[in-house]
Design a protein around this ligand. Structure first.
Ligand SMILES: Cc1cc2nc3c(=O)[nH]c(=O)nc-3n(C[C@H](O)[C@H](O)[C@H](O)COP(=O)(O)OP(=O)(O)OC[C@H]3O[C@@H](n4cnc5c(N)ncnc54)[C@H](O)[C@@H]3O)c2cc1C
Length: 479
C-alpha cells in the first residue's frame, strides 16, 4: 500500500468515509485516481469513532446542504450494502420525550421530517413508543418513530468502499502525509512529508479534522476546523439493555444528545458527549463523563448497567460553522473543498461522493463511463455467522478456519490471514477489518496470536508491529 508515484487525473486527500466514497464514485469512469492518507490504513481518522447511525433525515431543515445530502445518502445504503457486503441494518430510530415541552419539540421534528420527505415518519403515543421499544422507560410520554433510520459498522463500510475503488483501478497511498503542493501548467504537484510526490490535475481536500491545514498547503481558502469531542461507552453483547431501535433523546441546539445504540455487531453503545476541545488529538475519556452518559442513557433505558461496560472511546467531530463546506475553491484552480463534515457525514457520504463527482465535472473533468466497472466486492465467510457444519466444510479446504484466534468475537486464523493479505498489517487495521480484539476481553487473549500471524505473513519482527502505524509500537525491544 505504500509505494507509487505518478500522474493522476484526481488526487483525493483523506481516506475517511468521504474520500472513500468519492474515490469509489470516480472509479466508475475512465480516470486515473489516487487516494492518499497520512495514516497506515484507511478509516483511522474521524470515520473510525462515531455512532454508526444512518440518520433519519428529520434533525435538520432542507435549507442545509447537510440535510439534503443526509436524506439522499441514507437512501443509497441498501444498494451499497448489496454491492459491498458491509454490516448494515435498518432497525429504525425512536426519539423519546419525557416532558410536555419535549413533546412540542417532537412535533417540530415531525413537521421538519415531513417537509424533508422522510418516509414513514410517525408521531407516537406512549403506548406506541413502548410497543416499538419495550425497553424504554415506562415514564415516556410519547415520541417520534422513523423506520428508515439504521446502523452500520462504519470502518467496515470504509474498508469495503476502498476495496471496491481499488478493484476498479484507484491507487491507495498510505503513510502519505500531504505537506507541500505547487501548481504548474494544469497540474498540481503534491508532496508527502517523506519526500514522495505525485502529480494530479484535480485535488479533493477530504482531510477531516485537518482540512484547514490541507487547504493552507494548497494556498486555498483560510478557515479553522474546530474539534467537538464525543465520548462513548461500549456495553457487552450480553447486556440486558440491548434495544431493538436506536433511541434518541430530544435534541439540544448543539447536538443530537446522548443515545442508546444497538450496534450492528450486537453490542450496545451509549453516548456521545459534545464538548469543544483545543487538541485535535485528544481522544481521552473520563470517569466524570461516564457518570453523565450512564445517567442520561438510564433515564431512557433503565436496564443499562455499569457492569456491562467493556470499553470506552472518543471521536472528534470536525466542525466548521453549522453546515458542510463542499465547493470548488474560489481561490485556487482545480481544488475541491470537502470540509466541516461533522454528523451526519457518515450518512451523507455516498451522496457526497455523487455531489463531488458533479462538482469536478462542472469544473472541467471529463467523465467517460468504464465499460468494465464492477460495483461488487466478493462476500467473505465470517465464522461467527456460520453453522458448525459450514465451518467444518470451510476447514476441510483450509484448516485455519477451525483455529479460533479471537474467542470473544469468533474470528478464525483464516480471517486474520485474509486481513493481512489485504494489506491490513497494524493491530487496529486487523481489528476494524475482522473485529478480532473488539470483544469482552478487548484483545487480552488474542493480541499475541495476531502478532504472530502478522510476523509469519509479512516477515515483520515483534518490534515492527504497531497498533496503528507511526511510532505506536507494541513492544519497545526485540524479544
Ligand atoms: C462522536 C461522533 C459521532 C458521530 N456519529 C455519526 C453518526 O452516527 N452518523 C453520521 O452520519 N455521522 C456521524 N458522525 C460524523 C462522521 O463520523 C463524520 O462526518 C465522518 O466520519 C467524516 O469523514 P471524513 O472522511 O470527512 O473525515 P476522516 O474520517 O477524518 O478522514 C479524513 C482523512 O484525512 C486524512 N488526512 C488528514 N490530513 C492529511 C494530510 N495532510 N495528508 C494526508 N491525509 C490526511 C486523515 O488521516 C483521515 O484519515 C459522528 C462523528 C463523531 C466524531
Amino acid at each position: 500500500m505504500k509505494t507509487g508515484s505518478g500522474r493522476y487525473d484526481v488526487c483525493i486527500v483523506g481516506a475517511g468515509v468521504c474520500g472513500a466514497n468519492i474515490a469509489r464514485r470516480l472509479s466508475a469512469y475512465e480516470l486515473d485516481v489516487v487516494l492518499v492518507d497520512k495514516y497506515a490504513d484507511v478509516s483511522f481518522g474521524v470515520s473510525k469513532g462515531n455512532s454508526g447511525i444512518i440518520h433519519g433525515g428529520f434533525h435538520h431543515g432542507r435549507q442545509h446542504l447537510k440535510a439534503r445530502l443526509e436524506i439522499q445518502g441514507a437512501m443509497m445504503f441498501d444498494r451499497l450494502r448489496q454491492e459491498l457486503d458491509f454490516p448494515f441494518k435498518r432497525c429504525g430510530i425512536v426519539v423519546a420525550a419525557f416532558h410536555e415541552d419535549e413533546m412540542r419539540a417532537i412535533e417540530q421534528l415531525y413537521m421538519q421530517g415531513v417537509d424533508n420527505g422522510v418516509i414513514g415518519i410517525e408521531m407516537c403515543s406512549r403506548e406506541r413508543m413502548l410497543e416499538l421499544e419495550p425497553k424504554l422507560n415506562p415514564d415516556v410520554l410519547g415520541g417520534l418513530w422513523v423506520p428508515g433510520g439504521g446502523i452500520v459498522e462504519p470502518y467496515r463500510f470504509v474498508f469495503s468502499l476502498v476495496e471496491s475503488a481499488r478493484k476498479n483501478g484507484v491507487e491507495l497511498l498510505t503513510d502519505f502525509k500531504v505537506s507541500a503542493a505547487a501548481r504548474s501548467g494544469d497540474e498540481w504537484t503534491v508532496r508527502a512529508e517523506d519526500g514522495r510526490s505525485i502529480k494530479a490535475r484535480y485535488v479533493v481536500n477530504a482531510a477531516g479534522l485537518f482540512a484547514d491545514e490541507v487547504s493552507a498547503v494548497f494556498g486555498a481558502e483560510e478557515f479553522a476546523i474546530k474539534a467537538r469531542k464525543g465520548e462513548y461507552y461500549l456495553l457487552d453483547r450480553l447486556s440486558k439493555a440491548r434495544t431493538e431501535r436506536v433511541v434518541f433523546p430530544v435534541p439540544t441546539s448543539v447536538s443530537k444528545g446522548m443515545l442508546v445504540i444497538p450496534t450492528v455487531e450486537g453490542t450496545v453503545l451509549i453516548g456521545p458527549t459534545a464538548d469543544m476541545v483545543d487538541d485535535k488529538g485528544d481522544a481521552a475519556t473520563t470517569r466524570e463523563h461516564l457518570e453523565k452518559i450512564l445517567s442520561s442513557a438510564r433515564a431512557m433505558i433503565p436496564a443499562i448497567s455499569e457492569n456491562d461496560v467493556i470499553t470506552s472511546f472518543a471521536g472528534l467531530r470536525p466542525t466548521l460553522g453549522d453546515d458542510f463546506y463542499i465547493e470548488m475553491s474560489k481561490k485556487v484552480p482545480a481544488f475541491a473543498q470537502v470540509a466541516g463534515i461533522q454528523s451526519p457525514g457518515l450518512t451523507a457520504s455516498p451522496a457526497i461522493g455523487e455531489y463531488v463527482k458533479d462538482l469536478l465535472k462542472k469544473a472541467g473533468l471529463k467523465l467517460k463511463e468504464k465499460v468494465d466497472y464492477d460495483p461488487f466486492v466478493g462476500k467473505r465467510p465470517h465464522v461467527k455467522d456460520l453453522s458448525p457444519y459450514e465451518v467444518d466444510q470451510l476447514a476441510a479446504a483450509d484448516p485455519a478456519y477451525a483455529n479460533m484466534v479471537c474467542r470473544c468475537e469468533k474470528v478464525s486464523e483464516a480471517e486474520i490471514v485474509e486481513a493481512v493479505r489485504a494489506g491490513h498489517t497494524t493491530l487496529d487495521g486487523i481489528k476494524y477489518f475482522t473485529r478480532a480484539q473488539m470483544g469482552r476481553c478487548q484483545g487480552g487473549f488474542c493480541t499475541y496470536k495476531i502478532m504472530k500471524i502478522i510476523m509469519r505473513e509479512t516477515g515483520l519482527s515483534y518490534s515492527d508491529i504497531t497498533k496503528n502505524g507511526g511510532e505506536s509500537r507494541m513492544l519497545k525491544d526485540e524479544l
